[in-house]
Every structure is written in structure tokens, then in C-alpha cells.
Design a protein around this ligand. Structure first.
Ligand code: PLI
Length: 466
């Protein structure tokens, strides 16, 4: 694969501090082996998330200076609203400070206790916001998505047969809306095809249930449609996005991803009555409808970012950079989730560290070693994040996939940074036998991965815990 050169040149640089191995060893120990507690200026390449970590363009920075900070009717709101209408095609546009607030407003308005929301895979904040209303977040992704090495061009697809069955059983009284997450973050950043969206739409129509998108990475999803779906090779990314959204009734959006901004989000929809109720709630908890928890300048940066993310040179490099990282790892035999998704490469920690059982957090052990040895920050998406005690049996239950996500921020790192990451992971893979399992010494009752503290097991302890 030939990766195009970066389609930008660098005007401002942010120096990275050199941190010795001794200092990293001390910092990660003080952090209780939890990478969230390591200060960001002690990290060399930060692949914790692609959310809110984009580099803005010179046009976006210029847009900040054009911020109109009027309480009501800021000109930046109209620019933002018209941009969203043009790309997404939904008339009602409600700004929020980030994606989870859009989710919270939508679900607070349309869900009631006992409802069910089907989705290909809920992202964790989406799931938490559904459950916060006493409703069930039900994942209906296709079976291929659960096998890390199974190839499928659209591994994010929602299973229309299981959706039909769910809607048949529960009816529209219990399912106020269906969602599709593009790309499917929890499933490895995998895309959803237009054909699948059409099928899902048809099922929703049969049961008269609205369809919403979680649109965080819509441009990346549209790129994959052009690359992989028959009939789309000659369409522009903008046209594909417009068609995709035309099958839905609305969307939630964290613009911290494909809005190319550090903060921002929105809701957009067709239903005027829902929009009115959401707007009334927005005024109570977030802000006036023409700023929604943001400054005018943030709306301007978001309007410009939503346009820039559709540029084909940008997307060719973006998707290519992530694919290239995956390719370097795969060539060295490092086990990764395949095919590589849009925003991240996921290491398969179970295959990477077969000698560490899930009860000893192999994904987190990998995250700790990547930081200690090379200063790289990744995030565990496995037994630490999702492991829990089964309420019925009292036994520990672990997720099917034990992954480590290397999420690539947009327009931030160069090809050389990615080479450094690949070489580091490969070196770690060659020394994988030396890595030890971990044990939790502190955990919070919910979302424990953010604040948990852990320690490394000795060889004898590891054998005893198995
Ligand atoms: O972080 P927010 O509140 O702007 O957005 C929440 C959110 C919603 N849906 C999806 C698919 C996401 O990926 C998402 C946030 N993702 C984060 C923070 C990530 O690290 O992937």
C-alpha cells in the first residue's frame, strides 16, 4: 500500500517533552497502573482517543477570531445550522457542547422506563444515557463483528433479521427509535453499508419506528462506502453522506470526531415536535438554542470542520494512515482486529498475551507496558472496562473481545510517528513472554476503568489466581 503524503504542512508545532524510562516507570506506578492518571505532557504519542484531539486548520483558527458572542442570534449559529442542513439534510439543528449531551437530551425526551433502543453497538456513553432513563440498550450488530479476524467489508452492519424480530416482539410502543452508529466504534471503527441502512430503514418503516444515526464518524463511514460498496466508486463523499442521512429521521453527533474540533456536538432531526421538546430542555440544562453550551467561535470552527472533513485528500490520507499502521503491525505478525477500521487499530490482547488469562487483565497489561517501555498511550477495551460480577451467579463475567485501541487523532501525527508506534508494538510483541498479569487493588462501583488502581502479579501469584 502506498500512503499519500500528509495533505497539509505544519505552521505551528507543539513540542513533545522527552521522558526517560525511569520517569515513566515512576509515573505509571504512581498512577496505580492506570493510564488515565498519567499526566498528558509525559506521553510521547497519545493514542488514547481520536475524540476532541484533532488539530484545527488555519481556516478554523481564523474562524475563532470571527466568533460572534451575542447571547442570541449569533451569526456563527446560522453558518453552523446551514452547514448541518446542507450536509445532513435535517431541518431542525440543535447545538450541544458534545455528543453525550445530544444523547442525553434525545433520550430524556423520547424514552420511558422499560423501553428498548436497538443499535448496531452502543458506544458506552450512549448505553449509559439509555440506561439512565431505565431503558435497555440492545446491540444487534451482525455476528461477523464478534470475530476479530473474520473479513467483512461492512462489519458494522446491524442485523436486520434480529431487528425485525425485536420490533415484532416489542412494537413501537416499547421502541421509540432505532439507532445506527457510523462507524461502529465499539466494534472496531467498522463501517455500515448503504445497503444495510436501506434494509434497516425498510424494517423500521414496517414497524413505523424512526431511525437515528450516531453520526460521530460519518465522513469516515462515507469513505468506506465509496471504497467498498458497489455503485458508489464515482460518487463524492458529500453525495454519499447525503444519501446515507436521507434514510434516517435524525442524528446525534459528537463533532469532536468528524467535526474536526476540540469541543462541540449537535442533534439534527426531521420531527418538529421532538425538536421543540428537546429545545425546551436544552434551554434548561445547556443554553439558549443559538449556542447550546458552546461559544460562538466554537460553532464557527465546527461549521468549517464539517466542510473540511469531506475533503477527499484529507480522507485518503486519514484512512490511509490508520490502515498503514495496521499493515505494519500485521506484516510483523502482531494480532490485530481485521479489517482495520476508520479511526483506530485494535490489538487483540488475548492473542498477543495468551499466557495472561482475562482475569488478569491482559489488555491493561499491554497498555501499561506500551507506556513504560515507549511512552505511548493506548486504551484498554476489554476485561477492565467491561468485566463485571454477574448479578445472578456472582461469578465474574468477561467480554468476548479483549482489545487495546490505538486511536489516531486527526491531522496530529505524521507518518514517522506511526512508524515509531508500529516499531514499538512489534518490539513489545517480540518480548511478550516477559509481560505479567495484573490485579485490581481499587475499583469504583461504575465505569471502573477510569479510576481503578492495579498492581502487577508475581509469577507465583499469577499461577494461583488462574
Ligand atoms: O465524547 P462525546 O460526548 O462528545 O461523544 C460521545 C460518543 C458518542 N458516540 C460514539 C460512537 C462515540 O465514539 C463517542 C465518544 N467517543 C469517545 C470519547 C472515544 O474515545 O471513542
Amino acid at each position: 500500500m502506498r500512503l499519500p503524503a500528509e495533505p497539509f504542512r505544519i505552521k505551528v508545532v507543539e513540542p513533545l517533552r522527552r521522558v526517560s524510562r525511569e520517569e515513566r516507570e515512576r509515573l505509571i506506578r504512581e498512577a496505580g497502573l492506570n493510564i488515565f492518571a498519567v499526566p498528558a505532557d509525559s506521553i510521547s504519542v497519545d493514542l488514547l482517543t481520536d475524540s476532541g484531539t484533532s488539530a484545527m486548520s488555519d481556516r478554523q483558527w481564523a474562524g475563532l477570531m470571527m466568533g460572534d458572542e451575542s447571547y442570541a442570534g449569533s451569526r456563527n449559529f446560522f453558518h453552523f445550522r446551514d452547514t448541518v442542513r446542507e450536509i445532513f439534510g435535517y431541518p431542525h439543528v440543535i447545538p450541544t457542547h458534545q455528543g453525550r449531551m445530544a444523547e442525553n437530551l434525545l433520550f430524556s425526551t423520547v424514552l420511558k422506563k422499560g423501553d428498548v433502543v436497538p443499535n448496531n453497538s452502543h458506544f458506552d456513553t450512549t448505553r449509559a444515557n439509555v440506561e439512565h432513563q431505565g431503558a435497555e440498550a440492545r446491540d444487534l450488530v451482525i455476528a461477523e463483528a464478534l470475530d476479530p479476524v473474520r473479513h467483512h467489508p461492512f462489519k458494522g452492519n446491524l442485523d436486520p433479521v434480529r431487528l425485525d424480530r425485536t420490533l415484532g416482539e416489542l412494537g413501537r410502543e416499547r421502541v421509540p427509535l432505532v439507532m445506527i452508529t457510523i462507524t461502529n466504534n465499539s466494534g472496531g471503527g467498522q463501517p455500515v453499508s448503504i445497503a444495510n441502512v436501506r434494509e434497516v430503514r425498510a424494517v423500521c418503516d414496517r414497524h413505523r419506528v424512526p431511525l437515528f444515526f450516531d453520526a460521530c464518524r460519518f465522513a469516515e463511514n462515507s469513505w468506506f462506502i465509496r471504497e467498498r460498496e458497489p455503485g458508489y466508486a464515482n460518487r463524492s463523499i458529500r453525495e454519499i453522506a447525503r444519501e446515507l442521512f436521507s434514510y434516517g429521521d435524525g442524528c446525534t453527533m459528537s463533532a469532536k470526531k468528524d467535526g474536526l474540533v476540540n469541543i462541540g456536538g449537535f442533534l439534527a432531526m426531521k420531527n418538529a415536535e421532538w425538536a421543540e421538546r428537546i429545545t425546551n430542555l436544552l434551554i434548561l440544562v445547556e443554553g439558549f438554542p443559538t449556542y447550546g453550551g458552546l461559544a460562538g467561535r466554537d460553532l464557527e470552527a465546527m461549521a468549517i470542520g464539517l466542510e473540511e472533513v469531506l475533503h477527499e485528500d484529507y480522507l485518503a490520507f486519514r484512512i490511509g494512515q490508520v490502515a498503514h499502521l495496521g499493515e505494519m503491525l500485521e506484516q510483523a505478525g502482531v494480532p490485530i482486529v481485521k479489517p482495520v477500521g476508520g479511526h483506530a487499530v485494535y490489538l487483540d490482547a488475548r492473542a498477543f498475551l495468551p499466557h495472561v488469562p482475562q482475569s488478569q487483565y491482559p489488555g491493561q497489561a499491554l497498555v501499561v507496558a506500551l507506556y513504560r517501555e515507549f511512552g505511548i498511550r493506548a486504551v484498554e477495551v476489554g476485561s477492565l472496562m467491561f468485566g463485571h460480577r454477574d448479578s445472578q451467579t456472582g461469578e465474574m463475567a468477561y467480554p468476548q473481545l479483549e482489545l487495546v485501541r490505538l486511536a489516531v487523532p486527526r491531522r496530529v501525527y505524521t507518518t514517522e510517528h506511526m512508524r515509531f508506534v508500529a516499531e514499538s508494538v512489534i518490539e513489545l510483541y517480540q518480548q511478550r513472554d516477559r509481560l505479567k498479569g495484573l490485579r485490581i487493588t481499587y475499583e469504583a462501583p461504575v465505569l471502573r476503568h477510569f479510576t481503578a488502581r492495579l498492581e502487577e502479579l508475581s509469577g507465583a501469584e499469577a499461577a494461583a489466581i488462574r
